[in-house]
Design a protein around this ligand. Structure first.
Ligand SMILES: Nc1ncnc2c1ncn2[C@@H]1O[C@H](COP(=O)(O)OP(=O)(O)O)[C@@H](O)[C@H]1O
Ligand SMILES: [Mg+2]
Length: 368
């Protein structure tokens, strides 16, 4: 029997909540029904950003943002369903990622924390909500991230061919699908987050560098690139995951010199993404014949060109070539993880996250 799930995803970029309605058949095969990108209002975004980098947390601010993000998510779901002309009663569950404000799987008490009160989301939509997808993997000793590789294998695996799926969100993560169903997956470092934070710092009216426009006016500052490449994350072995905790302006700014221009810094940050990602791809157990990009960075032509140039004979394209719009892959992955929860199937993969065992991811909050 096929079922309908809503997948909700808002990543490190905090640009928008991506909402998808997905039809999933009895074998877990997903088909995208309707999609919507619902921007996060600027004031909410700024408060979430502040919370995610601040060392001093106010309990009241945390609690209020938990509610506000949940209300934002509920409006996104209700708009999605009205666009789809599907009544709430036809949807099995919402799979809600929530907004990450802390991700520290390497802490002495490992944790990962996503905001978006599931009770309010369930009540405001009249749909059951599956949430907190990362926590059980962390409880099992895993990174809690990335979670998309299992989905990538489920829908993109190709026999007798080694391929890679690269998600260019705030953070970049890679999934390697080997010829004998092997799977590797890990974060490679920043994709867009440093570029976004830098252009926002230079120009309050910009949230990202459209098509790499600013970067294209600059040139790589080799000494800065070399210092950035010394970040310990890049030499850490997988399983590994990262976030704004490690890659933010507090890390970047002390490395800048007065004579660096904004466009040269932007170009260098773009080169950092291209360099670190291509190093990881070139170091995979077998070189992928093809790399398929997804996530917002797919729209940055300069970034894609810079990555492609570093990959030699590997053919580069987007997941569109595999039949899935690159913008919706991650939200669809969470819709599928919701299906996995309902059908008691493990959603993590220990080879990817480092968890001690496969576990069913998420918790469920009923709407009534
Ligand atoms: N036209 C574009 N040119 C350059 N970058 C873009 C473009 N469109 C989207 N992006 C980048 O993609 C990011 C959003 O990607 P997304 O996959 O939603 O990431 P996340 O999962 O972190 O939310 C934006 O913050 C921006 O950096
Ligand atoms: Mg996004």
């Amino acid at each position: 029997m096929s079922e309908l799930y809503v997948g909700l995803m808002s990543g490190t970029s905090m640009d928008a909540t991506d909402a998808v309605l997905v039809q999933i058949d009895a074998d877990g095969k997903p088909a995208l029904h309707t999609s919507l990108s619902f921007p996060i209002p600027i004031e909410l975004r700024n408060r979430l950003l502040q919370l995610s980098v601040s060392d001093q947390w106010r309990a009241d601010e945390f609690a209020e943002l938990d509610v506000l993000f949940s209300e934002h998510s509920a409006v996104a779901v209700n708009e999605l369903l009205s666009k789809a002309q599907v009544p709430a009663g036809n949807v099995t569950a919402i799979a809600s990622h929530g907004q990450t404000v802390r991700h520290k799987p390497g802490h002495r008490s490992p944790y990962t924390l996503q905001l978006g009160d599931p009770s309010r989301l369930a009540f405001n939509t009249q749909i059951d909500v599956i949430h907190d997808f990362r926590r059980k993997d962390v409880a099992a000793g895993g990174q809690g991230a990335p979670l998309v590789p299992a989905f990538h294998r489920h829908i993109f695996a190709q026999r007798e061919k080694s391929v890679a799926i690269v998600n260019l969100g705030g953070i970049a993560n890679i999934t390697w699908l080997g010829p004998q169903q092997q799977l590797l997956g890990f974060d490679t470092g920043p994709a867009n987050t440093l570029m976004d934070q830098w252009i926002q710092h230079c120009n309050a009216n910009k949230s990202y560098d459209e098509n790499g426009h600013l970067a294209s006016q600059g040139k790589v500052i080799e000494e800065l690139l070399n210092v950035l490449l010394q970040h310990p994350f890049f030499s850490r072995k997988a399983p590994k995951s990262t976030g704004r905790e490690e890659f933010n302006l507090a890390y970047l700014e002390p490395l800048l010199k007065a004579n660096y221009t904004p466009e040269d810094v932007q170009r260098t940050l773009l080169a950092l993404t291209a360099e670190t990602l291509s190093n990881e791809i070139n170091g995979l157990p077998t070189k992928p014949e093809q790399v398929y990009f997804c996530g917002g960075g797919t729209n940055n032509e300069l970034l894609i060109t810079e990555i492609t140039q570093r990959l030699g004979s590997t053919i580069c394209g987007t997941t569109q070539e595999l039949g899935v719009d690159p913008q919706w892959v991650e939200a669809m992955a969470f819709a599928w993880l919701g299906w996995c929860y309902e059908h008691k199937r493990p959603g993590n993969h220990p080879a990817v996250t480092g968890a001690a065992a496969p576990v069913v991811l998420g918790s469920k909050t009923l709407f009534a």
